[in-house]
Ligand binder design. Sequence first.
Ligand code: ADP
Ligand code: MG
Length: 364
Amino acid sequence: MNQIRIGAFISERRKAKGWTQSQLAEKLGITDKAVSKWETGRSMPDLSLFMPLCTLLGVTLNELFAGECIAEEKLKEKADDVLMDVITNWLGHDKWELKEGDTTPRHVLDVENVSKLYKTEHDSVLAVNDISFQIPHGSFVGIMGASGSGKTTLLNLIATIDSPTNGTIRLNGKNIADIPEEAAAEFRRRHLGFVFQEYNLLETLTIYENIALALTIKAVSKESIHPMIQRLAEKLDISAILDKFPYEVSGGQRQRCACARAIVVNPDIILADEPTGALDSHAARQLLDTFAMLCKEYHATILMVTHDVMAASYCDRILFMKDGEIKAALNREQENKHTFFADILKKIEWIEGESHDVLEIVNP
Ligand code: ADP
Ligand code: MG
């Protein structure tokens, strides 16, 4: 993958559309500086911007990666070359071998015909529309979808922060609708782990205290808390910052602390909403490696919402949401995990393509 070539291609296509750098930046909701950096090959667009950028410039993803328009007949061959290059550059080493002994997976989460209708004074929004899926123990599942597709709503329903209009959600066989409201907070602390984009840690406590706090809820004795935290901190590479306050460490370190706090109570499931959203790509990869490690070594079950293809490519399975519905799902096949990234891109392109068709019909 040649960053300079891609930059020149973006520049050429932008000019062909008759747009200034500022105009393109505005359409993408980013700064002029970012566009200027891409075009001079100093940086690459964020992965989440690839699809909107391609749509605006009227090129395919493969063409963008190749840095040139590709003739139809050469498309497949070229696409595979380029995407393989992308994958090896971004994904790093193997982390996703299937877990041993997990031949008959038990479902940690069972979502059955769940809908959520938000009613406001003037209109109503069906944010989640008749969704059903299951998550087996020890898996790392991603939910992808454009902004407004209902991802956060779905996560909040599972997190017992909000309740569905219809349908049933079972966590380890227990219908969460049966939990009395006054017991909901306690239930969340005991059974769920959270890693959100921000606001993960209490700012007035040190990192150590933040993690320890989670453990005291489980009535773990003082003597065993210390070695537990030390061991986990070593695994997550945060030993050196345990005595610091959250505002004294980097975003990536904060997120790994949030992971430590989430996993330390051995929750049924860890819910993560755009956990890499505020991180640079190095810190994001480190966090995703941490999630993958938690699955592999601690048999954690993780449900992560993301709109970033790189982040999603760490998952075992991906559900694609659009307009409140799950439109497609993808499993990482053990034998061809290197094509997973490419498969995700293709799936997104397919789902996006579907919407273009609809737009054309509505707006001929
Ligand atoms: P995502 O996380 O995929 O961006 P959300 O779940 O936040 O999507 O939102 C899905 C839809 O539901 C959007 O149309 C949003 O405006 C609407 N929505 C979300 N929360 C509320 C709410 N509390 N009241 C009314 N509408 C809401
Ligand atoms: Mg959201």
